[in-house]
Ligand binder design. Sequence first.
Ligand code: DC
Length: 222
Amino acid sequence: MNDNVYQIAIDGPSGSGKSTLAKGAAEKLGIMYLDTGAMYRTCALCAIKSGIDPKDEEAVKDMLGSMDLKIKFEDGIQHMLLNGEDVTGSIRTPEVSMAASAISALPVIRTAMVDMQRKIAADQSFVVDGRDIGSVVLPDARYKFFLTASSEARAKRRCLELEQKGTPQAYEDVLKDIIQRDKQDSERAASPLVKVDDAILIDTSDIGIEETLELLLSYIKE
Ligand code: DC
């Protein structure tokens, strides 16, 4: 690999601020950003559209054979294409979130997605966010970060986001969803969410996004 090409891995649970931070860091550094969660979400949407249970490994395996998932970067913005259709906007619903958490536990899905992710990040510098980036996808990433925040802080943020999008939801429901997804993502056998020893831990419960970005960039400048 070319020495000028480097990767920054950012892992953490949903709502820890990963994507906003990864996007911000990529912009500041003038490199690309890959949101790997969007890939699992697109697989989940495919299962929903095909009437497949995202936990049914055999059915999902068959689905993979005919699924055409592509990623297109337009002006640095990631678009998800499913069987030729741009689904970037439709993968952010609570239904897709839950199905993504289930489908991403299947090794058959993970193997296919990890392979794509490694190929994408091989020739250009990328900030990549997800759950297993520092541990599995890019174990040799030049910088690794692990973001955390309390479930309550994450639920509050998510509620605000949903409100701004015009699709508000009750705090209690959002919190319940977050706790359930955390459990699924951390307890699954295949590449569970873990902090690797060489990742820098940042707790974002009580600090804003600007401050977190500054903190993250300060490690990179070093
Ligand atoms: O980051 P997100 O909420 O968009 O991720 C959607 C789901 O995909 C989440 O439940 C965990 C899973 N995921 C994963 O298993 N590995 C990744 N690298 C990224 C996301």
